[in-house]
Design a protein around this ligand. Sequence first.
Ligand SMILES: Cc1cc2nc3c(=O)[nH]c(=O)nc-3n(C[C@H](O)[C@H](O)[C@H](O)COP(=O)(O)OP(=O)(O)OC[C@H]3O[C@@H](n4cnc5c(N)ncnc54)[C@H](O)[C@@H]3O)c2cc1C
Length: 600
Amino acid sequence: MPVYKAPTRDTRFVINEVLRLEDYAHLQGFDMATPDMVDTVVDECGKFCSEVIAPLNRIGDSQGCTRNADGSVTTPDGFKQGFAQFQESGWGTLSSPVEYGGQGLPHVLGFTMEEYLCSANQAFAMYPGLTNGAISAIVSKATPELQAKYLPNMVSNKWLGTMNLTEPHCGTDLGLLRTRAVPQADGTYLVTGTKIFISAGDHDLTENIIHLVLAKTPDAPDSSKGISLFIVPKFLVNDDGSLGERNAVSCGAIEHKMGIHGNATCVMNYDGARGWLVGEENKGLAAMFIMMNAARLGVGIQGLGQAEAAYQNAVIYAQERRQGRALTGPAEPNEKADPLFVHPDVRRMLMDAKAFTEGMRAFALWGGLLVELAHKAETEEARQQADDLIGLITPVIKGYGTDKGFETAVNMQQIWGGHGYIAENGMEQFVRDARIAMIYEGANGVQAMDLVGRKLPANMGRSVQAFFALVDGECAAASADAQLAPVAEKLAKANGELKAATMWLMQNAMANPNNAGAGAHHYMHIMGIVSLGLMWLRMAKVSAAALAGGASEKAFYEAKIVTARYFAERFTPDAGALRRKLEAGSATMMKLPVEAFATA
Ligand SMILES: Cc1cc2nc3c(=O)[nH]c(=O)nc-3n(C[C@H](O)[C@H](O)[C@H](O)COP(=O)(O)OP(=O)(O)OC[C@H]3O[C@@H](n4cnc5c(N)ncnc54)[C@H](O)[C@@H]3O)c2cc1C
């Protein structure tokens, strides 16, 4: 039975010591987030996820969800009670807007909750997970009447939200979607069509479910420019807020899938269901993007969450399991064999996992801070800078975070050897659950293209230039410090590779867009390496200062400095290899005719 203990010390290190949340206390919402308050929220949140939600993870995996004869959906044993506790304690409201009943705390705390919940039980986390994005879309685009009708109950998690984009013939290319919305005389729309793969499409956790659905109106252009967004509630909501009759939306089936069994992935049938337009007709994709950007950050955090949970269990196993002897001679001569920990190749995987998870936690939480600063920073210039940076790194948090999250889960399974392949030990569940995060919310190849095709050229490259300058500036500042110099030097080199790759794309992608497509994955990974490298430089700097100041937790800070060096030695060199792959261009990749791929 796998264990999970929320990494609260590490989270508090990032929030209080690296991001220094208290420095922003003059901004709205940050004033409440004093270090004491952060510590309390982080600790309590960790306790709740470790003690209440994690024990439901194996049950959810083995039982899955059930679609009953009447079409209703039942979640696995314990999910309903766990969710009731989650909802009553207000854990889903941490960073939601105060005007609708949320706590208005900084997103770094909401992101922390997401990470712990995902580590504890990703399938469970996905029920409330999409609601925050749905809330953002309604806050930004819906009329005040719709906001008043839906937001308070969504913010309190009395009702949960879903996101309905995918149809059988279209996932990435939403311009192809066929669901129709026909306007009615009373201003509502009747929505008809089939959506597939809808996470938490139906369940028994809440009395109502608010679906956000993409559909086309009758005269809309037959492309992505003709998509509109609608609120379609499972139960209609009366003007006094009470629930009315059942809407014509139902779960047609639950998918059987590789992982996240505890989450109901539904085929949703809309048979003239009553819907309300969010924003303007034909502007639905822009409205949905507000939801998708929030969800992409959340999915990146899923990658971290699965990696962390798998890592914790691999660390325990590597200490308990004894096989062979250390290459340098028996480490524990009184025993018949040494623990796995003595083997450098096991160490390699554990250090890779440690360097990734701790670096990724800092990266995701920095993203959480930028989300806030993009709205709340004091000056227009500071807001713009934060907005540029979070726009740039969102596909990296999603794509790099989930690629490496999956890789980490696989490596941690490897440490368990054959026992990692056996279901009852739980390591293979981490691998299965982590896999989906690379696919949904825009497959990682699409994230890479978003980065290269949209985020790099935006505003004449302003965001990426600012990113380069930030990294160079922090490297230069650290280069005079003997402890930090080796880390800074290697990071500056990786940043140089990123700049060169950017230049190569600028020179070669216009002439042949396939060059951008062929190198996008590599580019996203170079930026992931530089981003985590920047986080490690910051963490090393804070740790060196803490040690110089006589900090009591010497081992904690020393481990940070060693891991920063490990990241610099073992991750940053990949930036050069990835750049050379990118510069190989698309010519050879695209050369063979399709028939040449046939093997029979
Ligand atoms: C468990 C699960 C839960 C899901 N939850 C939801 C949900 O809640 N709501 C919802 O609307 N959808 C949901 N989805 C759907 C998911 O978002 C889509 O499966 C995903 O976006 C990919 O779409 P597709 O499956 O149609 O693949 P396709 O669009 O057919 O793409 C197949 C592959 O081709 C590649 N590809 C396609 N287009 C491009 C391109 N332009 N550039 C580069 N590569 C490309 C990618 O590698 C991609 O993986 C879920 C799916 C699953 C399996």
